[in-house]
Design a protein around this ligand. Structure first.
Ligand SMILES: NC(=O)c1ccc[n+]([C@@H]2O[C@H](COP(=O)([O-])OP(=O)(O)OC[C@H]3O[C@@H](n4cnc5c(N)ncnc54)[C@H](OP(=O)(O)O)[C@@H]3O)[C@@H](O)[C@H]2O)c1
Length: 282
């Protein structure tokens, strides 16, 4: 049971809070433990980190600082594509747990596809982490339609989520449909498009009509969709609280459609040349 202020998404009977706190970049690292602790105290029952972010240590410290019961918080971490070989993968998981001082994570993801290593080897290592009790659930991140099919067919275990870029300015219909076929949820990274969508006149107009902020409307638009989870980052206590306070309003079908049409802007923010797969065309 996760003591979260947000609703949950269920995959094979396992519930994850639909809003998690993203920890990718803290411009002032000395504030990281305070911010993560504030998120936990504000009702986030789900924290998103990764070996690559360098924030696992602070996540572990915040858990201990707040005294939140381990069973009350969902922790996701990820193994980078540099560690896609089975031995490296296992070492990375071990280091993540050691860094956070945890016995297990709730969700372990392959952070990016690695074309140089057979996917079956990496998926095998992912499954082994689950079978060894180091991860309660397993999944993928930045996987395209073709790779989702391959991963789901290789994996003997349910894949819990595919964490991909999703916000109002990008069309992810194909990825969402492919995930649905295998009962895989979709977790949105950069759900606020790093602030870009918050200046959109349509989003601002809808926000005003609900007396909510553009960030709240954007996050509501995401989690009001079936099997969608979002992990916004916020760097002030006010923003942290705002992003989890979504329960007292809902968007009409017309408002959902208006925001969905903004995908024609076709903005992809996370597109690193060194590791991006060949993205699906909209
Ligand atoms: N799997 C992957 O490959 C991958 C890739 C990228 C990210 N992620 C995950 O996704 C998380 C979120 O992505 P992100 O951090 O890059 O971007 P984001 O959540 O889209 O944007 C975060 C920024 O939005 C602004 N913001 C947040 N809440 C706000 C509010 N209530 N009002 C106004 N502005 C607000 C803040 O900007 P200011 O600070 O300028 O105000 C904040 O720094 C990451 O932290 C990470 O956990 C995963």
């Amino acid at each position: 049971m996760f003591s979260s202020a947000s609703p949950t998404v269920s995959v094979s009977g396992v519930n994850i809070p639909s809003i998690g706190y993203g920890t990718m970049l803290f411009p002032e690292p000395e504030k990281a433990v305070t911010l993560i602790s504030e998120a936990i105290k504000s009702g986030y029952g789900h924290i998103d980190t990764a070996r690559k972010y360098g924030t696992e240590k602070w996540v572990g410290e915040a858990l201990r600082f707040t005294g939140v019961g381990r069973e009350n918080i969902w922790i996701t971490t990820k193994v980078t594509e540099e560690n896609a070989k089975a031995d490296d993968f296992a070492r990375s998981v071990y280091k993540s747990l050691q860094t956070m001082q945890l016995n297990y994570v709730d969700l372990l993801l392959i952070h990016w596809p690695q074309p140089k290593i057979p996917l079956s080897e990496t998926i095998g290592a992912l499954i082994k982490a689950k079978q060894d009790g180091l991860a309660k659930n397993i999944g993928i991140s930045n996987f395209t339609v073709d790779l989702i099919h391959k991963a789901a067919q290789i994996s003997s275990e349910q894949l819990f989520t595919n964490q991909v870029e999703y916000h109002p300015y990008i069309n992810q219909d194909k990825v969402i449909q492919a995930c649905k076929k295998y009962g895989i949820s979709v977790t949105c990274h950069v759900p606020l498009a790093r602030g870009v969508v918050l200046k959109d006149p349509e989003i601002i107009k809808i926000a005003k009509s609900h007396q909510k902020s553009p960030a709240q409307v954007t996050l509501k638009w995401l989690i009001q969709q079936e099997n969608i989870i979002a992990v916004p980052r916020a760097l002030s206590v006010d923003q942290i609280k705002e992003n989890i306070s979504l329960a007292d309003f809902s968007l009409s079908d017309e408002q959902m459609d208006t925001i969905s049409k903004l995908r024609s802007k076709n903005l992809r923010i996370v597109d690193p040349e060194v590791r991006r797969p060949v993205w699906d065309l909209p």
